[in-house]
Design a protein around this ligand. Structure first.
Ligand code: 0PR
Length: 384
């Protein structure tokens, strides 16, 4: 194929591909990346973050990224990853290597990548039930830790659960981890860039930082950080923990590598640097506020619809269901109108993740379609 034909074909396929700013992608934790991040990514697309001797720019970007995160969470170290899954695998690998133990204590709301990581690493998970608000019960965790402390490699909690956007009691669990000297990993892939802002505004009671007892935090920049996929971050409280994530590679100039991948995208590191420089702490607070405002707007609209049950969002994830119409029906129907909504499996409901690309206008149009669908469904039920 000639390049011009390839381009034509690419554009043809691209034109049929959903775009975030169309406002129809409402379930997926992905968003439209910032143009400055795309520019940075493309500029450094040839670089391998796995070899910082050839590409010292990566070291420069990484240092500035870590400086920024240290302002947000307290002094820490770490590196850019391909996302939350890789970050969770690395955190649990470090915990296993450090403790030589295999048991992970995690609330049942933990992301499936933690379960995947445990399988890969030959570790075992003990699930802890959550309370009615979908939040981990610190007292239960304390009890389990007390009984099993000599077997535990790590406790994993979530700061922004995937289904509900709820936040586990970070400080309380950190206290437990500190008291018993246990590794605590906080999966803040989704909530990590929102929680400090909402805490400082007084919307939520728990902050996210390297409290005594916290060993690692993962946070994704390809979620609310506006960096392109793949852009995650794994952070450790000190260099000693980070050293467990390092592999010797004697034949390269750098002599060692971090993380799961060998060749890793330097473009991601440049992109994360670029969004941090553009938005800074203040910019991320503005984005967080806008997402929450839009989520509350959606919550208000849904709560006015007859027979719809909707849960008030903590972070900008809105969970809802209809009292009589099956969620799978609604999902299919919404899909036929072009909407991509995800499931909330624990209640057989639906969930909308209000990512930075979602506007009030998108919500208005969604509500209009949703009400039309409910009317049609009700009509069908009456006739049938
Ligand atoms: N931890 C938490 C709390 C998450 O929500 C996610 C992703 C991860 C870890 C894993 O992150 P990566 O996907 O970056 O490895 N949560 C999204 C989810 O499960 C991921 C996703 C996004 C899945 C878009 C599908 C999709 O279309 O919904």
């Amino acid at each position: 194929m000639r390049e011009i034909e390839i381009i034509r074909k690419l554009l043809e396929i691209y034109n049929k591909t959903p775009k975030h700013d169309g406002g129809y992608i409402l379930g997926s934790m992905t968003t439209k990346p910032d143009s400055i991040a795309v520019y940075a990514y493309n500029l450094f697309i040839h670089t391998n973050a796995g070899d910082t001797k050839i590409f010292p720019a990566i070291e420069y970007f990484s240092k500035e990224i870590i400086d920024f995160m240290s302002k947000l969470y307290g002094k820490c170290t770490g590196f850019v990853t391909s996302g939350g899954t890789e970050s969770n695998i690395i955190a649990l690998y470090v915990a296993r290597e450090k403790t030589r133990r295999k048991l992970i204590i995690a609330p049942e709301t933990v992301h499936h990548s933690v379960i995947w990581a445990a399988h890969l690493l030959g570790m075992e998970i003990k699930n802890v039930p959550v309370n009615d608000n979908h939040v981990a019960d610190a007292r239960l965790i304390n009890q389990i830790v007390k009984n099993k402390k000599d077997d535990i490699a790590a406790i994993v909690i979530t700061a922004g659960t995937t289904e509900w956007g709820t936040i586990d009691p970070i400080e309380e669990v950190a206290n437990i981890a500190y008291r018993y000297g246990i590794y605590l990993h906080i999966d803040a892939a989704y909530g990590g860039l929102f929680i400090p802002s909402f805490y400082s505004k007084g919307y939520i009671k728990t902050n996210l930082k390297f409290f005594d007892g916290v060993s690692s935090i993962s946070v994704d920049f390809h979620k609310n950080g506006l960096s392109p996929i793949p852009s995650g971050l794994i952070l450790f409280r000190d260099e000693e923990l980070l050293s467990y994530a390092r592999r010797e590679l004697p034949y390269t100039l750098g002599k060692y590598q971090y993380g799961l991948l060998g060749t890793r995208p330097g473009g991601s590191v440049a992109a994360v640097w670029a969004v941090i420089k553009k938005h800074g702490l203040e910019g991320y607070t503005t984005i967080a506020e806008r997402c929450l405002d839009t989520a509350l707007y959606l919550y208000e609209k849904l709560s006015k619809i007859n027979d719809v049950i909707v849960w008030k969002p903590v972070l900008p994830i809105v969970v809802f269901k209809h009292k009589t119409i099956d969620s799978e029906n609604l999902l299919d129907n919404l899909l036929s109108h072009g909407y991509y909504i995800y499931r909330a499996p624990s209640i057989d409901g639906l969930r909308i993740v209000v990512m930075p690309h979602v506007t009030r206008e998108h919500i208005d149009r969604f509500i209009e379609t949703f009400m039309k669908i409910l009317k049609e469904e009700a009509g069908q039920n009456n006739n049938g």
